[in-house]
Design a protein around this ligand. Structure first.
Ligand code: FPP
Length: 225
């Protein structure tokens, strides 16, 4: 099962507590840790996490650099544990605008966890789904274009994942914000008002439980009971 999560609400969670927004991102990283640990036990094989969108560069430079720093710190503190747990991590999105230090941390994490088989975690960083679709379209040879081939072109082979089964967004908004548009063509959607720092493994279990009761018809007819 491929679950994609738009981890929204860090900033508001912090503001509600009279704290700077980066406090919320710090708490959000703790949630990432808990959810990554819980995912394999809940039947999740791929987890795509929206960490930073191509549009997030519009935020104040202090917040952007705090986020990049927190990601680097996450990589530094978590690599050993991810290896032990069999988690393979890769990053989707543009790389040419990321700070050099973070880039080398990313490359090391991807290499160190490449053998993980318990869970695939894809972290979307400087990511725009429309840009990814455009890039794949430009790489296509029209007369050999197939839907399957396109799906494989849209991410590098190491990052390739099946279509999204369930897309979760925390923080109360109900939109896709340019995340995995192609891959979510038949995804089930699950929205919660819970802010990302408050999102617990039990919430993930609830979302999966709800998902498992849906009738996914993929354009066909309803299941006969
Ligand atoms: C949305 O909250 C969250 C982000 C833009 C960043 C999410 C990033 C993390 C939780 C850290 C990612 C870390 C790893 C390791 C994947 P917001 O700032 O938009 O909150 P708001 O909507 O309340 O302002």
């Amino acid at each position: 099962m491929h679950i994609a999560i738009i981890m929204d609400g860090n900033g508001r969670w912090a503001t509600q507590r009279g704290a700077p927004r980066t406090f919320g991102h710090r708490a959000g990283i703790q949630t990432v840790r808990r959810i990554v640990e819980a995912a394999p036990g809940l039947g999740v094989s791929t987890l795509s996490l929206f960490a930073f969108s191509a549009d997030n560069w519009r935020r104040p430079p202090e917040e952007v650099s705090a986020l990049m720093g927190l990601l680097g710190a996450y990589i530094g503190s978590e690599t050993e544990r991810l290896i032990t747990k069999g988690v393979r991590v890769s990053f989707i999105g543009r790389r040419d605008r990321l700070p050099a230090k973070l880039l080398s941390q990313i490359a090391r994490l991807e290499a160190a966890t490449a053998g993980g088989a318990a869970l695939q975690v894809r972290i979307a960083l400087d990511y725009s789904s429309r840009a990814a679709i455009l890039q794949a379209a430009l790489a296509l040879v029209p007369e050999r274009a197939t839907l399957d081939g396109f799906a494989r072109t849209i991410s590098a082979p190491a990052d390739h994942a099946p279509d999204v089964d369930l897309l979760i967004r925390t923080g109360g908004e109900k939109r896709l914000s340019d995340f995995l548009l192609w891959e979510s063509a038949y995804a089930e959607l699950w929205f919660t008002d819970t802010m990302w720092p408050d999102f617990e493994p039990q919430d993930l279990a609830d979302a999966i439980n709800d998902f498992s009761q849906r009738d996914r018809r993929f354009g066909g007819l309803a299941r006969v009971a």
